[in-house]
Ligand binder design. Sequence first.
Ligand SMILES: *Cc1c(COP(=O)(O)O)cnc(C)c1O
Length: 404
Amino acid sequence: MKYIGKNFFIEGVKVKNLAKKFQTPIYCYSYRRLKENIRSFKKNFKSLNPIICFAVKANANLKLLKEIKKFNLGADVVSIGELTKALKAGIQSKKIVFSGVGKTSEELNFAISKKILLINVESKSEILEIEKIAKRKKKTVNIGIRLNPNTDPKTLSQISTGKKQDKFGVTENIFLELVKYVKNCKFIKLKCISVHIGSQILNHQPYEKMLKVVDRVIKKTNYKFEFIDLGGGMGISYGKKVKNLNYKRYVAAIKKVLKRHKAKIIFEPGRSIIGNTGILVSKVLYIKESAKKNFIILDAAMNDLMRPALYGAEHLIIPESKNNILTKKTYEFVGPICESTDRFLTTKKFQKLNEKDLIIISDVGAYGMSLSSNYNVRLKPAEILIKGFKINLIKKRQKLKDLM
Ligand SMILES: *Cc1c(COP(=O)(O)O)cnc(C)c1O
């Protein structure tokens, strides 16, 4: 993805032509970026030979899941819907992990009947529910228990999941109790200790802290876990000059634990696989001047990309076509929805924009389309996958009749 001359391209395709052909707003993904991300993820953790389960909640497009499957990734799912999609994409059930604090008995039944790799449980009640189902089906169910390691991931508080005030996982003491309980369960086999402390983590130190807790807890259980599931959370740069996560240090810390407790590592990356593969192309509908700033009213809104409204996340916005005329005005990029939080970015550095210009919102591959909604009865955008010069429509724009 880059400018060639004045215009922005995804691989061999001019974004302007995509907008003409498919209208706006549209999500566009680069296959090459996806491939590079998977390769580099594998390379970073090569010495651990881990099982890599793509976190489907980051992007659940079926065609993308099929591409991801071709690289032999498994899936981390959090609902029966995601599990069904992962299976439909051809991902083997032996490579699927089911996470989440509130799995219904319907979901557990389905997961058990599909013989997935692991159900990562998050409470005693969930274990009892699984035990009931397993007994009825006369099946042995493989589970992991998610530990809440009480570790601050040093990321946005809204996407922190491993502090004691967060709803996820169980405390150290309860973890130890549950291990004792499950050891005596006839129909449940405890295979895994799992953790996931949050998302968009760029500092290796929270991971090191988390691993210290994991190490201590495993030791206290005196139990031989077949798997250690370390979740995902690896951060990306979002167009800013940030220090990348130090994968070498992370790997070194993992190896220290493995020396004492031999196990197979599982990762559940979402954002680091898919985040920077996607852009959202939008058109400037109106420019509304006010004393201090200009509102750039886009045809994309918080229903298409919710991260800025939901977390205050910042996505870089760039012009589709460069004109090299800088403006002194402050621009506030907003959507048409009737909410004041329907804004994407405020910036003082932008070229002069005109109505009908196209702009590009960057790095929206993760938690972009998957968080989209029909709020204001707005149609969900189309999704396009670019492979070289090839344009694949991988999801059609919704039609009004779909919503009636
Ligand atoms: C969301 C989530 C992930 C993926 O997180 P990323 O930050 O996208 O890598 C992995 N595991 C669990 C349990 C999750 O909830």
